[in-house]
Every structure is written in structure tokens, then in C-alpha cells.
Design a protein around this ligand. Structure first.
Ligand code: ADP
Length: 253
């Protein structure tokens, strides 16, 4: 099986703080990987490096076979070509913890933004696709609403529809439900589960262990900038071998 994401020896510091220490991780095409671990362990940073919102200090990241971050042998950052970065951004959809919709644009305008302004497609071609996406996230009736008229969960489902409008090959989720009231979490997870069932490749930072257990092909436990343990949900969540994984799970279960 080919890898949609292939991270090899990723290192990243912020000042003196070494946040990623030699992280390697693969996400095969059509599979779901859930990244779990204590706050501050480097999960978000890793996701941001995959999407090129941050650059690596050392190591390599390939997305869909194309380099998005690399270094020379001397450890000097060698920028991947701009074209490769633009390609990877287009290949990759990202959904953040806080719904980052444009507040002064309607739901439909938010969804059209990327395809029309970034890809240069005609609105009239994209609108029917946007309606299909709205139906898929269960919000067909909200096409003309503004973000502030929607609940957090609805906004997050629109954020997912907006990312999907770019027809990504890969979706990155950074704790997409952690800012939501508990009763709104389920609908967002259902949309994500449906997406996984349709074969979307996904890398998901989450504290929702039920979701990870049910949907993930691979669970990766990170702590202090390293991958401590990785494997199937049955292995990592039910029978973890490492003490740190065991301690983390006993704290949050
Ligand atoms: P997690 O997602 O596991 O909670 P993060 O990747 O957000 O972890 O953070 C890892 C560490 O990196 C934390 O100590 C955090 O404070 C630090 N960090 C993250 N982003 C920045 C930044 N832009 N500048 C400085 N420090 C950062």
C-alpha cells in the first residue's frame, strides 16, 4: 500500500524547546490515523508541518509522494519548491480546533472561496458541488446563513465541507471537537466517520478515544516530541505496552 504521508526523522524546535524529536510516521492511502497524547507533546506542530504551516529543522515529509519539507545533510533547511508546497496545500484539507470560517460571508460563499479564488473555477460550476457537500454534512438548509447564526458544531461541519470543496486527497483534523459543547460533538464525529468510510485518508489529532477505537486503522501515541507507541487501536488503546501510554490512558478514561 502506498503512503499518503511519509514522515521520516522530523525535528522541530521553537527557540530552545525541541518540540519534535526524530518523529517518523506513515499514513497509508485510504486509512485513518489518530494521533493522541498529552497536551504539549507536539501533535499540532507535526500536523502543521505536514501542511507546511511550519517548517522542519531536520527530516523529510512526503505528501502523496512529493516532498513538502526536507533538509540538506548539513542540517540547513532546504525549502521544497514553492510549486510543490502549493500542490501539497491543494492536496490537503485542514480543519482546526476553532472554526475559522470567514464571519462576513455566508456558508455558500465560505465554501466557494477556495475553488473559485484559489483554483479559478466558475461559481456556477462549484455551486452544485457545494450543495452536495452541504447535504453530506447535514446542513442543506444553511446555505445562506452567516457563521454566527450557526452552532459551533454546525460551523465545524461547514469547515469540513469547505475543506472538501477543494477535493483534497488528504484531510488533517486538529482536535476538531475539543472546542464544542459535548452535545454538539457527535454530529461532527459522524461526518468524520462517514468520510473515513468513503475511503478518505485522514490524520486526526483527537482526545475522542471512542472515535479512535472505532474509526482509526492506526493510533499513534506521542509524548514529549516522540512517538512512544503506534499500532492498531486494539493494541495501543486496549493493550498498550509502554508505561507512558498506560498512564495517559488511565488518566483520560
Ligand atoms: P500538542 O498539540 O501535543 O498539544 P503542540 O504541538 O501544540 O502540542 O505544542 C508543542 C510544544 O511546542 C508546546 O510546548 C508549545 O508551547 C510549543 N509551541 C507550539 N507552537 C509554538 C510556536 N509557534 N512558538 C513557540 N512555541 C510553540
Amino acid at each position: 500500500m502506498s503512503n499518503m504521508i511519509d514522515i521520516r526523522g522530523a525535528r522541530k524546535s521553537f527557540g530552545r524547546d525541541l518540540v519534535l524529536k526524530d518523529v517518523s510516521l506513515r499514513v497509508p492511502v485510504g486509512t485513518v490515523t489518530c494521533l493522541i497524547g498529552p497536551s504539549g507533546s507536539g501533535k499540532t506542530t507535526l500536523l502543521r508541518c505536514v501542511n507546511r504551516l511550519e517548517t522542519l529543522d531536520a527530516g523529510i515529509i512526503l505528501v502523496d509522494g512529493h516532498m513538502v519539507g526536507t533538509t540538506t545533510r548539513r542540517g540547513v533547511l532546504h525549502e521544497a519548491k514553492e510549486s510543490a508546497i502549493a500542490r501539497s496545500r491543494r492536496t490537503t484539507g485542514m480543519v482546526f480546533q476553532r472554526f475559522n470560517l470567514f464571519p462576513h460571508r455566508t456558508v455558500m460563499q465560505n465554501i466557494l472561496e477556495g475553488p473559485v479564488h484559489v483554483l479559478g473555477r466558475k461559481s456556477s460550476d462549484v455551486i452544485p458541488e457545494a450543495r452536495v457537500l452541504l447535504e453530506r454534512v447535514g446542513l442543506s438548509d444553511k446555505e445562506n446563513a452567516y457563521p454566527q447564526e450557526l452552532s459551533g458544531g454546525q460551523q465545524q461541519r461547514i469547515a469540513i465541507a469547505r475543506a472538501l470543496a477543494m477535493k483534497p486527497k488528504l484531510m488533517l483534523f486538529d482536535e476538531p471537537t475539543s472546542a464544542l459543547d459535548p452535545e454538539l460533538v457527535g454530529d461532527v464525529l459522524t461526518v468524520m466517520r462517514d468520510l473515513a468510510d468513503e475511503g478518505m485518508t485522514m490524520l486526526v489529532v483527537t482526545h475522542e478515544l471512542g472515535f479512535a477505537r472505532e474509526v482509526a486503522d492506526q493510533v499513534v501515541f506521542m509524548a514529549d516530541g516522540v512517538v512512544v507507541e503506534a499500532g492498531t487501536p486494539a493494541k495501543v488503546l486496549t493493550a498498550p505496552e509502554n508505561e507512558r501510554t498506560q498512564a495517559f490512558l488511565s488518566r483520560i478514561l
